[in-house]
Ligand binder design. Structure first.
Ligand code: MRU
Length: 387
């Protein structure tokens, strides 16, 4: 995707083998890049959400393992880096997937070969993400074209999306946005309703910014607006991303996604979820009870950050001192509310049979995996620890 008209990926290897990425906590006010020099830096960038979005978290963790190998390629050091990176965020399964891929690529190699092998595998993970997302977009494009074909010529297809499942959340293209960008590139009129996505405002700050960079028409709406728009025929299709899809097609995504899916069901609006296959967790079946839901610091709810008229970035408190606050990062949309899963292998029903048929090589036996805790104790700040 383009930044200031120039094609840019969200993560890259610098000449000195450190990792470059965009500091997403500065957007939309400032486009700033950061250098990640060590596995600890990578873990910090993921935990503080300078780097975020399930596929990009996976790629950043993979590069974090390469940085760890560069520092110390011993088994003990790699295991420490694996554990530190895995502990950063509990819901996006892409993180564990990427770390396991890296361990598989390094475990049986001689120490002297590990650094080169680690950079190579991390680069492959990043490149594959780009290819997968481009394919997701091609399949999703057909859905948009179908809707456009039923509308008056020239009338825009109105897509509602939640959070940022865009270019910034991946290495390139985005998942939910990939079809939107491909439709736009083809000259199809598309307009995106962008949920602001409190508390961190990934929609208002990130999705709106990147759609603007690509010249895609969009309107930012407060999170509670989608139902009203759907009742009035203003949403043709909802497309969201996901941090984890279970074997039966339940979908964890940014908090508030479930409410949009309920409203979509009530209004016969097709509700699609776009995902790369590393987001599927075949070892988990019942998403509501089995997917660990991240709880983040109260400060994300009690304060809001923005730019003042004279250009300063300031945080202000919006909740009374003394009020209790809950900050669940994700919710789970049951498969019955999902019209279809847009994957790199086509649009699938959100069912166990369809997922297993499309990705047979990923199917695992759920009983073979230790259960993760469903609902960790509320957390009030960093460091985040996994129960
Ligand atoms: O907490 P975040 O900003 O990392 O959450 C991101 C989302 O919920 C995205 O929708 C999801 O990771 C899919 S990104 C292609």
């Amino acid at each position: 995707m383009k930044v200031g008209g120039k094609h840019t990926r969200t993560i890259w290897v610098e000449a000195d083998q450190s990792i470059g990425t965009i500091d997403q906590t500065q957007l939309p006010h400032r486009y700033a890049t950061i250098r990640i020099e060590t596995a600890e830096d990578a873990a910090r960038a993921i935990a503080t959400m300078q780097v975020r979005g399930a596929p990009l978290i996976g790629a950043a963790a993979a590069y974090g393992m390469a940085l760890a190998a560069r520092q110390d390629p011993s088994d003990a050091a790699l295991e420490r880096a694996y554990a530190a990176l895995l502990a950063t965020r509990p819901t996006a399964i892409n993180l564990k997937w990427a770390l396991d891929e890296m361990m598989a690529a390094l475990r049986n190699r001689a120490r002297a070969e590990r650094v080169a092998a680690a950079y190579q595998r991390a680069e492959q993970i990043a490149d594959e993400d780009v290819e997968i997302n481009a394919a997701i977009g091609r399949h999703g494009l057909k859905l948009i074209e179908e809707i456009a074909g039923k509308k008056k010529p020239g009338a825009p297809v109105n897509v509602l999306t939640h959070c940022n499942a865009g270019w910034l959340a991946t290495v390139d293209w985005g998942t939910a946005t990939s079809a939107i960008y491909q439709a736009h590139d083809k000259g199809l009129p598309v307009h995106v309703w962008v949920d602001e996505t409190r508390p961190r405002n990934q929609g208002a700050s990130l999705t709106a910014w990147e759609l603007g960079q690509q010249g895609v028409a969009h309107t930012v709406i407060p999170d509670n607006t989608g139902g009203h728009l759907m009742q009035h025929g203003e949403v043709d299709i909802a497309i969201v991303g996901t941090d984890r899809v279970t074997a039966q097609g339940d979908v964890a995504n940014k908090i508030g996604t479930y409410l949009k899916a309920l409203a979509a069901k009530d209004n016969n609006v097709p509700f699609y979820v776009a995902l790369p296959s590393p987001t599927i967790d075949f070892a988990v079946v019942d998403g509501v009870n089995e997917i660990p839901i991240e709880e983040r610091g109260a400060d994300e709810v009690t304060t809001m950050t923005g730019r003042t008229a004279d250009g300063r970035i300031e945080s202000v408190r919006v909740v009374p001192e003394g009020s209790n606050v809950a900050n669940y990062g994700f919710d789970v949309t049951p498969a019955r509310l999902v019209t279809g899963l847009i994957t790199e292998r086509g649009v699938l029903a959100a069912t166990r049979a369809a997922l297993a048929a499309a990705f047979p090589e990923r199917v695992t036996d759920p009983s073979a995996r230790p259960r993760e805790s469903g609902n960790p104790e509320p957390r009030t700040g960093f460091p985040l620890t996994r129960e």
